[in-house]
Design a protein around this ligand. Structure first.
Ligand code: SAM
Length: 190
């Protein structure tokens, strides 16, 4: 099973239903598609990425799978601007938020997530958007330099999120130190 499949399973095991979700790095749209396919009837997914190519790829992915346009909104934005692009009436109402970090596969590897903006977005999203008992997945790719930096800084910072969040590392003991690392966070209080 791929790490993204594991991530999807771990999310589904923790949430009862998804009315609203955010894909904070929509890339090629695989995670956005997963979220759309698991939404309640009237639900909505907000998919963010700072690259126009990623937004185009995500829209194409959703169209190919006949996802109704009412079910998603693809937004060209950095996730550290989340407060200006996700409506404030959804504060504390988003059941799932996904951060699949790194660069767009098959594209410019220099355009990658970076810790300062990642941390700002994660912190704001947990505090203001994630619902009580809501789930956030964060997938790190330490196989590249910026990804290693993100993972190192996260491992220090994540301790400050206690006791408001339960954080689990979903690891595969057989993989190397350069393999992707998945964390699943569940908000326990708000
Ligand atoms: C590993 S890919 C995401 C894969 C995607 N979730 C999927 O299912 O195909 C990482 C994405 O993060 C995007 N990204 C990098 N920095 C970002 C930022 N500050 N805000 C939003 N997206 C960003 C990249 O453009 C890239 O498309």
């Amino acid at each position: 099973m791929s790490i993204t499949q594991t991530c999807h399973l771990e999310i589904l095991q923790r949430v009862k239903k998804i009315n609203y979700a955010i894909d904070a790095t929509c890339g090629n749209g695989h995670d956005t598609l997963f979220l759309c396919q698991n939404l309640e009837r009237e639900g909505k997914v907000f998919a963010l990425d700072l690259q126009p190519q990623a937004i185009a790829n995500t829209k194409l992915q959703l169209q190919r799978h006949d996802i109704s346009q009412d079910r998603y909104s693809c937004i060209l934005s950095s996730h550290d601007q989340i407060q200006s692009v996700i409506p404030s009436h959804l504060h504390l109402k988003i059941e799932v938020i996904m951060f699949n970090l790194g660069y767009l596969p098959g594209s410019d590897k220099k355009i990658t997530t970076a810790w300062d903006t990642t941390q700002k977005a994660i912190e704001y999203a947990i505090k203001n958007y994630l619902s009580p008992n809501g789930v956030m997945s964060i997938l790190f790719y330490p196989g590249h330099l910026e990804g290693r930096e993100e993972l190192t800084r996260w491992n220090i910072w994540k301790n400050t999120l206690n006791p408001h969040c339960k954080i689990e590392e979903i690891s595969n003991p057989t993989t190397s130190s350069l393999s992707p690392v998945l964390f699943v966070l569940q908000k326990t209080t708000c």
